[in-house]
Design a protein around this ligand. Structure first.
Ligand code: ATP
Ligand code: MG
Length: 457
């Protein structure tokens, strides 16, 4: 089991390995340009075949790294992923250091000013690796350079002077060699020390921030659970009150005078309103209280047809036309059916509620072309529309637009909050197109295509 801290570092490593590979492409291109410029413009006498070979090895190694990175990202076991990613990052840096030393050896050894480029690798090591690994990589860089310089100095390795750039070969000069060695060694260790301490501090802050966020989210869930319990109890009591009122209204407890009937009817209407309000509060808090919604495979087309069927009476009463446009190729969805039902019911009921007599309400469902694997829903109407300044606010709890309040008195302003929570819980997105007096269109995408999840139930 990974700790909270390792999970954050793991996320970070994932992004950074990708970034590191991208950087290497830039390095490959720059290196090619530098070698070519030195060859044709500076006209230094160097073994260019070996230099281009080093460039080619860097390019090939990056292709292998990309392929391995894909394979690594397919690893499901977090522990194994973390171990492999660490080894992968170390191998990349070691190989880069080796290639850099190889290139320096064929272009003047320690005479070559590009010797400073070791620092980039050490900075990357400090960011990407553990402290110990970063210090080990710094030591590896020092060892490589010493082996190269000592090899050239002793004559075991050939020394390629940078004649034309430095006319006195410094690479085999013991004073220059010692000075470079001391400065190089101290620069490597100071750099790695500074980078690792900054990165450690940033990581600690990041962990503390994420822990605080997680605590807030947990408190939010606790609050929602509390509201859900209270709403549930209220709902049961209100239902009991409503049935008592119905019994009295039906005359089962004796004759009811006209005045009393009127009062009881008003009480019954208020109770119905309260029951709807508490029901929406309960739906909202239940979704919020859940860390993850349980998912199942179900037929989304059948669900839409059932929902449309449920509104038949009110559609007839208001003489509305319903246009359903569904791509038959889609049928199975992998989601929380109950939550998707609430989402669709809320949007369809809004479209019906805010469309005047004789208008049209439409529902369409197709595969999203912009986001493969996602379903694209549209629920539209030719109703009263939403004022531009309210488009964002309508998803807030209890918010209702002025024109909606004038058109239809009844409403709690909780429906779209439920919609937004369901979309969030399924990692989808929603947006609205609307014009006052012309109509509204709620468009949303949900990554719930069953085939993608392998139809898991
Ligand atoms: P309820 O909670 O009972 O559904 P409601 O419909 O007012 O009440 P929401 O569904 O949350 O609440 O909608 C919030 C507001 O968004 C509405 O009051 C209305 O102003 C606006 N709205 C939503 N859908 C439409 C629509 N199809 N046409 C015009 N306005 C809409
Ligand atoms: Mg509504």
């Amino acid at each position: 089991m990974l700790t909270f801290k390792t999970t954050i570092i793991e996320k970070e490593i994932k992004q950074r390995i990708h970034w590191f590979i991208e950087l290497r492409w830039i390095a490959v291109c720059m290196l090619f340009m530098v070698i070519t410029c030195v060859r044709y413009f500076a006209k230094l006498e160097l073994p260019y075949v070996y230099l281009y070979l080093g460039n080619g090895i860097l390019l090939l190694s990056n292709m292998v790294f990309i392929a391995y990175n894909r394979h690594l990202n397919a690893e499901i076991d977090e522990n194994k992923w973390y171990q492999k990613a660490n080894i992968f990052a170390n191998v990349q840096i070691s190989l880069d250091l080796f290639i850099l030393t190889y290139l320096l050896h064929f272009s003047g050894g320690i005479e070559n000013p590009f010797i400073f480029y070791f620092i980039f690798h050490i900075i990357i090591a400090g960011i990407l690796l553990t402290n110990l690994a970063a210090f080990s990589q710094a030591t590896f860089a020092v060892v490589l350079l010493v082996v190269c310089a000592v090899g050239e100095y002793s004559g075991i390795l050939n020394h390629y002077h940078l004649f034309g750039f430095l006319n006195q070969g410094l690479g085999t000069n013991p004073v220059y060699f010692t000075a470079i060695f001391v400065v190089f060694l101290s620069t490597m260790y100071i750099t790695v020390y500074m980078v690792t301490s900054i990165v450690n501090k940033v990581r600690e802050k990041e962990v503390a921030l994420s822990e605080a966020n997680e605590k807030i989210a947990e408190q939010d869930r606790l609050k929602s659970r509390y509201v859900a319990t209270v709403s549930h109890d209220l709902q049961a009591s209100l239902a009991a009150v409503q049935s008592c009122l119905t019994v009295v209204l039906e005359g089962l407890t004796g004759a009811v005078s006209e005045k009393s009937r009127e009062m009881i009817l008003r009480a019954e209407r208020k109770t119905t309103h309260l029951i709807n309000f508490v029901k929406e509060l309960l739906d909202l808090s239940r979704i919020r209280a859940a860390k993850e919604l349980e998912k199942n495979t179900f037929n989304i087309i059948e669900l839409i047809q059932e929902i449309v069927g449920g509104f038949e009476d009110v559609v007839q009463e208001k003489h509305l036309k319903i246009a359903v446009d569904i791509n038959d190729a889609i049928s199975l969805a992998w989601a929380n059916k109950d939550a998707i039902d609430k989402l669709l019911v809320n949007l369809v009921s809004n479209a019906i509620k805010y469309t005047p007599w004789g208008g049209t309400v439409g529902i369409s469902l197709k595969n999203s072309t912009d986001n493969p694997g996602q379903l694209l829903f549209e629920i539209w109407d030719t109703g009263i529309g939403i004022p531009a300044e309210d488009k964002k606010k309508i998803f807030n709890e209890f918010y209702r637009s002025k024109n909606a309040e004038q058109f239809e008195k009844e409403g709690t302003g909780l429906g779209l909050s439920i919609v937004e929570e369901v979309i969030k819980a399924h990692r989808g997105a929603i947006w609205v197109d609307s014009e006052v007096g012309k109509g509204s269109r709620f468009i949303f995408t949900l990554p719930i295509v069953a085939a993608l999840e392998g139809i898991q139930s």
